[in-house]
Design a protein around this ligand. Structure first.
Ligand code: NAP
Length: 316
C-alpha cells in the first residue's frame, strides 16, 4: 500500500465524525470488533443503526452494552447470515419494509483463515461470507441507496488484500485449500468489488459513492472464532505475542471504516487505511493498493463470476 501525499498531514479520529442525526446506517457484523465500535460511535452522533448480525443473542448483548452507556442510542437488529444467500435477501426485504432510505451501508462482517468449510450455498467460506454474501446483499439495497441523497457504501477490506491473488480457475481452492491464501483472495475480492461497483455507479450517473477501508491489525474475535481453534500451540504463542506487541483496539480499528463512510473530503473509489507497520497501525490515511492483481480486468471478471455464482443481477 502506498500513502497518498496529499493526505499525509491529516489526523482523523472519532472527533471528526459529523452529526449523523436522521441518517440510516446498516452495519454488517455489528455485534463484535470493529463493527461494534463503529455502531457505538456512529449511534452517539444520532444515526439509526441497523445491526445486521447472524446471532440474535450476540446482537442483543451488543445492543445492551451500547444502550447502557448511551440510552438514547437508536439501534435496531435485523438477522443476516452472509453465508446464506436466502438470508441476505430476507434481510434486505425486512429492511426495506421498515425503512424508506439508506444513507450508509457498511460491509464489515467477515471471517478469517477458517478451516476448509463451505457456506450454505456451497461457496468456500471466506469468499462466500467476505465477498459473495456482501455482493448479493448490496445488490438488494442498491435502489434504496440510489434514492437517498449523498449515500455511501464503505467496504471493509484488509492489508491482506495487498497479498491476494485471484485464482479464477479455482476460486474456492478445491483440492488445494490454503486458509491464508483464501483469506487474502477474499479480501482482494472485497477491494475489487468496491472499485468496480463505484465505477459502475459513476458510469450510470448514480450518486452512490463506494469507498474501502482497512482497519489495521486489531485485537478482535476474528481469529479466535475460526483459525485459532485448529492451529498449533506454536502458532497461538507467536500470534499472541504479535497481538500483544502490535494490535490496536477495536475502537482504533473502527476509525478507517467510519472515515471511509463519512469523510466528505474523500470521494468515490478512495481507500482508507493506517500506514504504520505495513498497514497494521496508525490513524486512517488515504492510500492506494499496489497489488498488480488489483486491476480493471480482474474487477470485471470477478463481477461477472460473482453474478453467475450468486444468481444476482445488478441493474447497473
Ligand atoms: N481484526 C483484524 O486484525 C482485521 C484486519 C484486517 C481486516 N479485518 C476485517 O475487519 C472486519 C471485522 O472483523 P473483526 O476483526 O472486527 O472481527 P470479529 O470481532 O470477529 O467481527 C466479525 C463480525 O462478522 C460477523 N460475521 C461472521 N460471519 C458472518 C456471517 N456469516 N453472517 C453475518 N455476520 C457474520 C461476526 O459475527 P459473530 O460474532 O456471530 O461471529 C462478527 O460480528 C472483517 O471484515 C475482517 O476481515 C480485520
Amino acid at each position: 500500500m502506498k500513502e497518498l501525499e496529499k493526505d499525509s498531514a491529516i489526523k482523523w479520529t472519532e472527533k471528526n465524525l459529523p452529526d449523523l442525526s436522521g441518517k440510516t446506517i446498516i452495519i454488517t457484523g455489528a455485534n463484535s470488533g470493529t463493527g461494534l465500535s463503529a455502531t457505538k460511535f456512529m449511534a452517539s452522533k444520532g444515526a439509526t443503526i441497523i445491526m445486521a448480525c447472524r446471532n440474535p443473542q450476540k446482537a442483543k448483548d451488543a445492543m445492551q452494552s451500547i444502550k447502557t452507556e448511551n440510552p438514547a442510542a437508536k439501534l435496531d437488529f435485523i438477522h443476516l447470515d452472509l453465508g446464506d444467500l436466502t438470508s441476505a435477501k430476507k434481510f434486505a426485504d425486512a429492511f426495506k419494509e421498515k425503512y424508506a432510505s439508506l444513507d450508509i451501508l457498511i460491509n464489515n462482517a467477515g471471517v478469517a483463515q477458517t478451516p476448509d468449510m463451505k457456506t450454505k450455498d456451497g461457496f468456500e467460506l471466506q469468499m462466500g461470507i467476505n465477498h459473495l454474501g456482501h455482493f448479493a446483499l448490496t445488490s438488494y439495497l442498491v435502489e434504496h441507496l440510489a434514492n437517498t441523497k449523498n449515500s455511501r457504501i464503505a467496504v471493509v477490506g484488509s492489508m491482506n488484500g495487498e497479498q491476494g491473488k485471484m485464482h479464477f480457475d479455482n476460486l474456492f481452492f478445491e483440492g488445494n485449500y490454503d486458509a491464508m491464501q483464501a483469506y487474502n483472495q477474499s479480501k482482494l475480492a472485497t477491494h475489487l468489488f468496491a472499485y468496480e461497483l463505484g465505477k459502475r455507479f459513476e458510469n450510470a450517473g448514480i450518486g452512490v459513492e463506494v469507498l474501502a477501508a482497512n482497519p489495521g491489525f486489531i485485537k478482535t474475535n476474528i481469529l479466535k472464532e475460526n483459525a485459532y481453534t485448529t492451529r498449533s500451540f506454536g502458532f497461538k504463542l507467536m500470534f499472541g505475542i504479535a497481538e500483544a506487541l502490535l494490535a490496536m483496539s477495536p475502537d482504533q480499528g473502527s476509525l478507517p471504516i467510519m472515515r471511509a463512510a463519512t469523510d466528505q473530503t474523500l470521494k468515490n473509489g478512495d481507500f482508507v487505511s493506517p500506514m504504520k507497520t505495513g498497514g497494521m497501525r496508525g490513524l486512517p490515511k488515504l492510500v492506494t493498493l499496489t497489488n498488480p492483481d488489483f486491476n480493471d480486468e480482474n474487477a470485471k471478471r470477478l463481477w461477472e463470476m460473482s453474478e453467475e455464482l450468486t444468481g444476482v443481477k445488478y441493474e447497473i
